[in-house]
Every structure is written in structure tokens, then in C-alpha cells.
Design a protein around this ligand. Structure first.
Ligand SMILES: CCCCC[C@H](O)/C=C/[C@H]1[C@@H](SC[C@H](NC(=O)CC[C@H](N)C(=O)O)C(=O)NCC(=O)O)CC(=O)[C@@H]1C/C=C\CCCC(=O)O
Length: 155
């Protein structure tokens, strides 16, 4: 029985960034897929610390906030760099991805028809930030930071 359970809607959304490292590291997990109807009943929302999912169950421990879940997995599975500086660099990239994700979510949920053209135009610049970070590590031949995979190397 896997010790990890991801509780989330039936979308990639905020959980694909967990699924890829777990899969690549050969770590098993179970999915508890939440339907909209179940969510609208309100029990799960009431139970959620901030009224939202994903939730991540690690044995008897349940964690909310997707970025906290990623950092938890990074610490547990050696994906958080070798030094405090490398961990801080990984946090910086994770926060950069969060900024990028929020722009995507605003586009999807608030401004799709009027915003999609500008969003696509800005994509090269947005992704360029991450390319420049990669290029600075071992002339782009390395990982995000240091000389090993990190939790944010996957997306
Ligand atoms: C009744 C509303 C159902 C919404 C389901 C829908 O699939 C939404 C998904 C998008 C949300 S995640 C769901 C949201 N949780 C959070 O925003 C958590 C934020 C927290 N800071 C964290 O964990 O980091 C939530 O619980 N909504 C319900 C509520 O009552 O508030 C944000 C996304 O990224 C999800 C997907 C967006 C687009 C889907 C595109 C296709 C894909 O990625 O597969």
C-alpha cells in the first residue's frame, strides 16, 4: 500500500509537479480523485486547512499547499540540493514557477478570450528567465542547481 496519497481534482494542475519527481524517483503513490460534485458538498473544503486542495497524505501526516508539499518531498527524497545555498536557489526557481503559474491561472479563469494573445506573446520572455538560470549552471549542461536533480528540475 503506497504511503503517499495525492488528493486532488482530475487535472494536472498543481499536482503534476509532484507526480513527475515521484515517478522519476521510483516512488509509488495513490490518487484520491475529487469530483466537482463531491467538492461542492463542502465536507472536503471544510476539512482543508485553507479551504482548497491538493492535499498530500504521507502516512498519518496530511499536508496542504502545493509548494509546501514539493519542499517536503524534496527534503525526503534528496531533491533539495546539497547546501543551504542550493536549497535557496531551488526555492527561488520554485517561486518563479509559482509566479508563472498564477499568470496562467488568471488567464484560464479570468481573462481567457482577451488575455490569450498577450499571454502567448509573453511566453518567450517568461520561459527565458528559466533558460538563463539553466545556462548559468555548468554552461547549461547541468541541472537547475548544483550537479544533481532537484524537485523543480521536472517542470
Ligand atoms: C469548484 C471549483 C473546482 C475547481 C477545479 C479545477 O480543476 C481547478 C483547478 C485549478 C486550481 S487547483 C484547485 C484549487 N486549489 C488551489 O488553488 C490551491 C492553491 C494553494 N496555494 C496551493 O495548493 O498551492 C481549489 O481547491 N479550488 C477549489 C476551491 O473551492 O477553491 C489551480 C490550478 O492550477 C488548477 C488547474 C488550472 C487549470 C487546469 C488546466 C488543465 C490541467 O492543468 O490539467
Amino acid at each position: 500500500m503506497p504511503e503517499y496519497i495525492i488528493v486532488y481534482f482530475n487535472v494536472r494542475g498543481r499536482c503534476e509537479a509532484m507526480r513527475m519527481p515521484l515517478s522519476d524517483q521510483g516512488v509509488d503513490w495513490k490518487e484520491e480523485v475529487v469530483t466537482i460534485d463531491t467538492w461542492m458538498k463542502g465536507d472536503l473544503k471544510k476539512e482543508a486547512v485553507f479551504g482548497q486542495i491538493p492535499a498530500f497524505k504521507d502516512g498519518d501526516f496530511t499536508l496542504y499547499q502545493s509548494n509546501a508539499i514539493l519542499r517536503h518531498l524534496a527534503r525526503k527524497h534528496g531533491l533539495y540540493g546539497k547546501t543551504p545555498v542550493e536549497a535557496a536557489q531551488i526555492d527561488m526557481v520554485n517561486d518563479g514557477v509559482e509566479d508563472f503559474r498564477l499568470k496562467y491561472i488568471r488567464l484560464i479563469y479570468q481573462n481567457y478570450e482577451n488575455g490569450k494573445e498577450d499571454y502567448i506573446k509573453a511566453l518567450c520572455n517568461e520561459l527565458g528567465h528559466f533558460e538563463r538560470i539553466l545556462s548559468k549552471n555548468n554552461e547549461g549542461k547541468g541541472f537547475l542547481v548544483g550537479d544533481q536533480c532537484a524537485i523543480r528540475s521536472y517542470c
